[in-house]
Write a protein that binds this ligand. Structure first.
Ligand code: SF4
Length: 333
């Protein structure tokens, strides 16, 4: 997607949390350590593009989504949305516009829905609070449109239902309708299908793909599941311990991964293991270490079966290894 403008750019984005000990340390303002949840990420998303952010638990992917949705604050770097730096914006009107244009879909639809509100009120709420409609007729029209786009047909049949009267898939569709109702430019979807039955997942993924096709919405799809990323995304960005270690087109990352971590993630998924798989690396050992103890050099080296001496002292920068394909590994070139 070469000539399409970026809707979102993250530049050297950082989220560091200070770790303080007891009350004494807090009074003295003493910091014992720093958790580097996100440690300098550069990522661009074009209008209407679907980018999957992939990594294990503890990689920092949810923190990235929360920063983009303004639910967490970055401690460094820039967050540019439609060209405007939103990282430190405090102005009420700018934040209101941003919340209108960037929506988040969470993993647990039941937690995201107010159990005492009807489907109509849930979907209507952001339209009312952002004052995006002028009267009740317009409100009903926008709610109907959003429910239809989310696959709840006929929409009027859901207006007066409560979340407990819906299946898991229907609840996630209501969440999607609520996000879509305000006509956003970007949706951040954090593991949106991981709590759903396999039979429902494909339907919800199709709804998300349709948002791009029919409404030109860009999507940041956060997942630990490589096959899902492969199914839905245009590009895949792989995150490890707060850093992007590889990024490229979905086919490049899936069938020509160059970073040992990406290879290990990919080899762990039987659905895509058969075609073009590299069998030269063993399964991924251990777990992501704590972001309070980021190793020197390449942060993947304690788990990497290919690590050489240089990996323990020098952190590899992202290197171009193919068309729009970058990998942060000394051996990737
Ligand atoms: Fe492994 Fe070294 Fe590459 Fe890091 S730089 S992924 S440790 S080979």
């Amino acid at each position: 997607m070469p000539d399409i403008p970026n809707i979102l750019s993250l530049e050297s984005l950082q989220v560091h949390f200070p770790v303080q000990g007891g009350l004494f340390d807090r009074v003295l303002g003493r910091t014992l350590n720093v958790v580097r949840a996100v440690d300098g990420i550069d990522l661009k998303i074009q209008k209407g593009e679907i980018v999957a952010l992939v990594g294990e638990s503890g990689s920092g992917k949810t923190t990235v989504g929360r920063v983009i949705s303004k639910l967490a604050h970055p401690t460094g770097g820039r967050l540019l949305f439609e060209g405007q730096d939103m990282a430190s914006v405090q102005s009420f009107s700018a934040l209101r516009r941003y919340r209108h244009r960037v929506q988040m879909i969470f993993q647990d639809a039941y937690q995201a829905l107010n159990p005492r509100h009807t489907v109509f009120d849930i979907v209507a709420e952001p339209l009312r609070s952002l004052r995006l409609v002028e009267n009740e007729a317009q409100l009903a029209e926008r709610v109907s449109e959003a429910l239809t786009a989310a696959g709840l047909n006929p929409p009027g049949g859901y207006f007066s239902r409560f979340p407990h009267e819906l299946s898991g898939g229907q609840r996630q569709r209501v969440v999607i309708a609520g996000a879509l109702a305000v006509k956003p430019g970007l949706i951040v979807a954090d593991e949106p299908v991981s709590m759903l039955d396999v039979s429902i997942r494909a339907q919800i993924l199709q709804v998300l793909v349709d948002l791009r096709e029919k409404h030109d919405v860009a999507l940041l799809f956060i997942t630990h599941d490589m096959p899902l990323a492969w199914l839905i995304a245009d590009r895949i960005a792989v995150l490890y311990l707060g850093k992007l270690v590889e990024i490229g087109s979905v086919d490049e990352i899936t069938f020509n991964p160059r970073h040992p971590y990406t290879v290990a993630l990919r080899n762990a998924t039987p659905q895509i293991h058969g075609e073009g798989a590299r069998a030269d690396l063993p399964a991924l050992p251990g777990e992501v270490p704590s972001a309070a103890h980021v190793p020197k050099g390449c942060r993947f080296h304690p788990r990497c079966p290919l690590a050489v001496d240089r990996c323990k002292t020098e952190e590899p920068p992202p290197m171009e290894v193919g068309p729009q394909h970058h990998s942060a590994c000394w051996l990737a070139k």
